[in-house]
Write a protein that binds this ligand. Structure first.
Ligand code: SF4
Ligand code: SF4
Length: 95
């Protein structure tokens, strides 16, 4: 059974310094260090191509501005809080 991807991550290999923090931070373990070297002579991070939830953990831990872009393809579900009936609101306000 295939499900619609929830997120996507784009890594600019020319900005990445290969520190690996994003790889360690990714809960579904969908990032890895590329076997080839980038122009800094380091193994840049890359997306394995599946599993990204769009959580943003990699984006927030990356020390290189612009190296990681996260796309959230499915917005998080809104909390299912039922509306409070007007009568109850009025009652609560008189207490
Ligand atoms: S957004 Fe979350 S799931 Fe997607 S690659 Fe980054 S850490 Fe992993
Ligand atoms: S955290 Fe940023 S600099 Fe470090 S490997 Fe990941 S993308 Fe590259």
């Amino acid at each position: 059974m295939s499900s619609q991807p929830r997120g996507n991550v784009i890594i600019d290999v020319e900005e990445c310094k290969g520190c690996g923090l994003c790889v360690e931070s990714c809960p579904p373990e969908c990032l890895e260090l590329a076997p080839e070297l980038n122009h800094y002579g380091v193994h840049a991070a890359q997306y394995t191509g599946e599993g990204c939830t769009g959580c943003g953990a990699c984006f927030y831990c990356c020390p290189e501005p612009g190296a990681i872009t996260v796309e959230r393809l499915i917005p998080p579900a809104k909390a299912a809080v039922p509306p409070v009936p007007e009568q109850e609101v009025a009652h609560a306000a008189t207490l």
